[in-house]
Design a protein around this ligand. Structure first.
Ligand code: GAR
Length: 187
């Protein structure tokens, strides 16, 4: 059984979807670690309810990104993690973590990359008048939302309500992330 880690900063609905899929066997893996950079995030409570070990930290308690990433790498190594899944982890991965886990870190992003990178992808796409939206899962490299694409799924929406795009997107994100993690772990 392989171990995965999930990183999140907020609500953690993708975390929840992946954790449930590991628990009921749809993904043949164990969530060995949840990493969160916001102690007040809802995902912290979700991890507790699932009994998943968590490393929750405040970046300001560390002198630099390299310092907290060294601690993250130590914990990933200790948990013998094969795959790191970023799920709404709103922080750019630095060289310490990338050098240790390159090719084994993936991210889910709410746009059809390379369009609309960054933290406000949905709002920018709505502002632009986009008619076909989508979700991308990609490898993480040093560029913001820039690594090689693994999976994408599109959906049509003609309206102008970002909340509705988020809602439609989440319906796609959860099954797409489960399917993709399962595929990656099987090779
Ligand atoms: C997800 O929609 C994910 O695609 C997005 O954050 C949300 C987290 O939701 N990620 C990014 O925007 C990364 N640039 P969740 O906490 O409910 O899983």
């Amino acid at each position: 059984m392989k171990n995965i880690a999930i990183f999140a900063s907020g609500a953690g609905t993708n975390f929840e979807a992946l954790a449930c899929a590991c628990e009921d066997g749809r993904i043949p893996a164990r969530v060995a670690l949840m990493v969160c950079d916001r102690p007040d995030a809802q995902v912290v409570e979700r991890a507790r309810r699932h009994g998943i070990p968590a490393f929750v930290f405040s970046p300001r308690d560390y002198a630099s990104k390299a310092d907290f990433e060294r601690e993250i790498v130590r914990r990933l190594d200790e948990a013998e993690v094969s795959l790191v899944c970023l799920a709404g982890y709103m922080r750019i991965v630095g060289s310490v973590l990338l050098d240790a886990y390159r090719g084994r870190i993936i991210n889910i992003h709410p746009s059809l990359l390379p369009a609309f990178k960054g933290a406000h992808a949905v709002e920018q796409a709505v502002e632009y008048g986009v008619k076909v939206y989508g979700i991308t899962i990609h490898y993480v490299d040093e560029q913001l939302d820039g690594g090689r694409i693994i999976a994408q799924r599109a959906f049509s929406y003609e309206g102008s309500d970002p909340a509705e795009v988020h809602r439609l997107g989440q319906q796609i994100e959860h099954p797409l992330y489960i399917e993709t993690v399962k595929k990656l772990l099987s090779v």
